[in-house]
Structure formats: C-alpha cells, structure tokens
Design a binder for this molecule. Structure first.
Ligand SMILES: NC(=O)c1ccc[n+]([C@@H]2O[C@H](COP(=O)([O-])OP(=O)(O)OC[C@H]3O[C@@H](n4cnc5c(N)ncnc54)[C@H](O)[C@@H]3O)[C@@H](O)[C@H]2O)c1
Ligand SMILES: CC(C)(O)[C@@H](O)C(=O)O
Ligand SMILES: [Mg+2]
Ligand SMILES: [Mg+2]
Length: 345
C-alpha cells in the first residue's frame, strides 16, 4: 500500500506488485466467494476469480436468462451454480452483484444468511448510502466492503483476458473481523484489478452516478447527438457527420488523450484546430457547468437514487428500457455507425 501523489494530493493506492495474486489467494484461502447475480459485473468478476484459482460459486435466480448464461459459461448447477439462497448460505464472502434495485428487493432474503464473521461486498455504494430508500442496513456482525471496478463488466473481463486489468476503487464501511481491509484488497486483486484506490461508500456512489450521467455517458451522448444534428441540418452527408463526430473521436483522438493527456492530443492537431478548440472550450464549459451543478445536487440529495429505484422496480421496467434503447439504436447516427464500423480497415 503506497501513498502516491496525484498532482498536489497524496492518496492511498494498492498495486499488484505490492499485493500479488499469491498473497490474495493466501488471504482468501478459507473463504467461499459467492457472486450473487450474473448480469454484467457478475460474470466478469466470477470468471476472473475462477480463472485466478479462487474458490468461487455463483448465485442466480433459476429459470432466468442470466442462469442460462451462467450455464453456457461453464458454471455447473449444484456444483458451483446455485439459487441465490443456497449460494448465500454456502458463501462466506458474499459479493452482492444484483442490479441496484434488485439488491433492495432481495435484501430480506440475503440478510438472513449473513451470519457472524461473513463479508458482504458491493461494487457500488448505492444500497448502503441510500439505505433510507433501499432498507439495506447490514447487521453489525459482518464486514461490509466495496470493490468497484471503474468500467463496464465487459471491460473487466476483456482486459483480464488480455493480461491487463482495470482500476477499481475500494472502501471499508464496517470492519467486524478486523481483517476487512486485507480481505477487500485480496478480492480486488482476485477480480483482476490492475490497481485499487481508496474511497468511501458515499464518495463512490456520488462520483459514479455523477460520472455516468455526465461525461462518461449522458453528456457524451447528448453533445454527440447535438453536433450530428447540426451537421445534418446544414446539408452534410451522414458519413461526413458521423466521421466528424464519433469515428474520429473514438478511433483517433480519445486514444491520444488516453496515451498522453488532452494537452498532448491538442499538440498533435493543427494550429487551426488548436486555436478554435481553445476558443470554444470555455464556451462549452460555461454552457454545461450549470447542468453539472444541478446533476451533482440531484445525486447528493438522493433524487437520482429515488428515480432509479422507482423506475427500476416497475414490473414493465425491462420492456420500457428495451424500447428506449431500441429508439437510440434506430437513430440515424447509430445506424450510420454500423456501416462506418464495417469500413474500418
Ligand atoms: N454493469 C457494470 O458494468 C457495472 C460497473 C460497475 C459497478 N456496477 C455495479 O454492480 C452491481 C451489479 O450491476 P450489473 O449491471 O451487473 O447488474 P444487472 O442489471 O446486469 O443485473 C444483475 C443480475 O440481477 C438479477 N436480477 C434483476 N432483478 C432481479 C430481481 N428482482 N430478483 C433477483 N435477481 C434479479 C438479474 O438476473 C441479473 O443477473 C450494481 O451494484 C452496479 O451498480 C455495475
Ligand atoms: C460502467 C459504469 C458506467 O462505470 C458503471 O458505473 C455502471 O453503472 O454500469
Ligand atoms: Mg454506475
Ligand atoms: Mg462506474
């Protein structure tokens, strides 16, 4: 565990060099890790743990598409794939990876199996931070911890298969055994984290909800849509509008930002582009800053959590969501994208 300087601030970071896989396996050697839920994060974390040699079982609702997916992925019913209840009973380190709304619904069941000394692990601070809405209040005799990969479950698995890793935040909410931190770090290394940085449940959920509604997904999708629309309204062809909005962003410029930062990406564009981007950057910042302020407020007051819980708990939630995503899929820009992607050399 080292203290690293991030610009002017010192933070705690744990790397694989400091906490090797061998040590992680030693720390968790007597634990049965039960991954509850096999949606997006569940498969990635469970498969990475299994491939890394941990004792892991999966708990999932029977007769569900996720159960069938688990079987397809090689999990065997009654051997290492069980109902949620059975897995919670067998597991000593319970990794709660149902959707956030489902965590709330299944809580009365899961709570029954939290006997003294077990660990309850989350990948999001949602259920515990908004306990006034979710009712998720863990008993005092368990460790309550968090390992939150900072990316989609798809990337968690893909990067692991490529021999790389994603970064994760970690937090300890309750340390009953006095070994919570060691176990959490071992688990974080086990699921394939490249490194782990320290947070707390509240900061994890606030930043995560803010980020995904903002730059990572909501704001990104919004400004992409706006720019495409203006280009199309002004007579630009679909391929030109798409290339100038999405394709160049993902294929050329974001990889440059990833390699060496925004300034370096700017340095590798023309002086014409630099002048215009530097002039327009503050205008976009000014236009969006109030939106970001109201978004943070909506997160910190619990309004976003309330919306998530009320909409995701509805019977017809999946169908409604599918219809919304289908609408996005059918938009001209994303239809054009299908053709453009096929043209990539
Ligand atoms: N999706 C991601 O990549 C990602 C990334 C970081 C953190 N997280 C966090 O990880 C956790 C799991 O998220 P996810 O996106 O993998 O979940 P998900 O939406 O994919 O759902 C996971 C499982 O919940 C089950 N489920 C849904 N409703 C249920 C119900 N009423 N009763 C019982 N089971 C039910 C589904 O069968 C599914 O297998 C959440 O806390 C989420 O915030 C997710
Ligand atoms: C992958 C994300 C957006 O980082 C995650 O937070 C999620 O909720 O799926
Ligand atoms: Mg999230
Ligand atoms: Mg996230």
């Amino acid at each position: 565990m080292s203290k690293l300087k991030f610009a002017y601030t010192e933070e705690t970071v744990v790397t694989r060099e400091e906490f090797p896989l061998q040590k992680a396996k030693e720390v968790l050697k007597d634990e049965v890790i039960a991954v509850i839920g096999y949606g997006v994060q569940g498969p990635a974390q469970a498969l990475n743990l299994k491939d890394n040699g941990f004792h892991v079982i999966v708990g999932q609702r029977k007769n569900s598409p996720s159960w069938d997916k688990a079987v397809e992925d090689g999990w065997e019913p009654n051997k290492n794939l069980f109902s949620i209840e059975e897995a919670c009973q067998k597991g000593t380190f319970i990794c709660y990876l149902l959707s956030d709304a489902a965590q709330m619904q299944m809580w009365p069941t899961v709570r029954e199996f939290l006997t003294p000394g077990k660990t309850l692990c989350f990948s999001h601070g949602f259920s515990v931070t908004y306990s006034d809405k979710t009712g998720v209040v863990p008993p005092p005799h368990v460790d309550v911890v968090l390992v939150a990969p900072k990316g989609s479950g798809r990337s968690v698995r893909k990067l692991f298969e490529q021999g790389k890793g994603i970064n994760s935040s970690y937090a300890i909410e309750q340390d009953y055994t006095k070994k919570a931190e060691e176990k959490t770090l071992a688990f974080g290394i086990g699921v394939g984290s490249g490194y782990l940085f320290q947070t707390n449940f509240k900061h994890e959920v606030y930043s995560d909800l803010f980020g995904e509604r903002g730059v990572l997904m909501g704001a990104l999708a919004g400004i992409i849509s706006a720019q495409y629309e203006v280009l199309r309204e002004n007579g630009h062809s679909p391929s030109e509008a798409f290339n100038e909005t999405v394709e160049e962003l993902t294929q050329s410029l974001v990889p440059l930002i990833s390699e060496n930062g925004m300034d370096w990406m700017f340095k590798n564009c023309s002086t014409t582009a630099q002048r215009g981007a530097l002039d327009w950057m503050p205008k976009f910042k000014k236009a969006t800053l109030p939106v970001f302020h109201s978004l943070y407020k909506s997160v910190s007051t619990g309004e976003e959590a309330r919306i998530v819980i009320s909409s995701n708990s509805r019977e017809d939630y999946r169908e409604k969501l599918e219809a919304e995503l289908q609408k996005l899929h059918n938009e001209e820009i994303w239809q054009v994208g299908q053709t453009v992607r096929k043209l990539r050399p």
